[in-house]
Design a binder for this molecule. Sequence first.
Ligand code: HEC
Length: 165
Amino acid sequence: MSEQENNSMLPLVSVLGLMVAFAVFIGVLAAVIGGFARHDRPLDEREMAALKERIAPIGQVRTSDQPPMETANAGEPQAAVAPRSGTEVVQQACAACHAAGVLGAPKIGAKGDWEPRLAQGFDTLLKHSITGIRAMPPKGGNPGLSEDELKAALTEMLKQSSLAP
Ligand code: HEC
């Protein structure tokens, strides 16, 4: 090895040395700080409760059939389950055509429109409400309606046309 090469290695070696010294220093520092911050003491009751609350899941699954102790809308009717009344169904699903007689639909309130149709029998009208007939779509285009709801709606439309089923 020539003298020249030896000299050029010198800065590199001293930089490496410095880095090693620094790493050791950081290690010692971490150990000292960690030692100070150590806390082996068991949590007391209050701290434990606070910890449990912090890590508690947001929601819980209820596996019992028992009703919960308190619910936000206890006692209120459940909209999704309760059948709609005839008036509601007519408004939501039938009036769009039957109020004004769209496409030749028998008009609500026009006894003369409904009388010849009712002559077929209520059950036939109910059947046509379910299956649809000509321009009248099945269930008025609302597949979610139950037979009872359609029956109530049909009864309501007839009632408003001064006819009894
Ligand atoms: C898209 C328009 C439309 C809607 C919505 C609609 N109807 Fe109709 N409905 C008609 C038309 C048009 C006719 C006449 C069909 C014909 O006889 O050619 C009709 C006829 C009827 C008839 C007579 C059937 C017969 O045998 O003479 C009944 C009953 C009826 N609709 C019930 C209902 C009920 C109940 C609803 C709501 C759930 C409803 N309709 C919603 C268009 C509609």
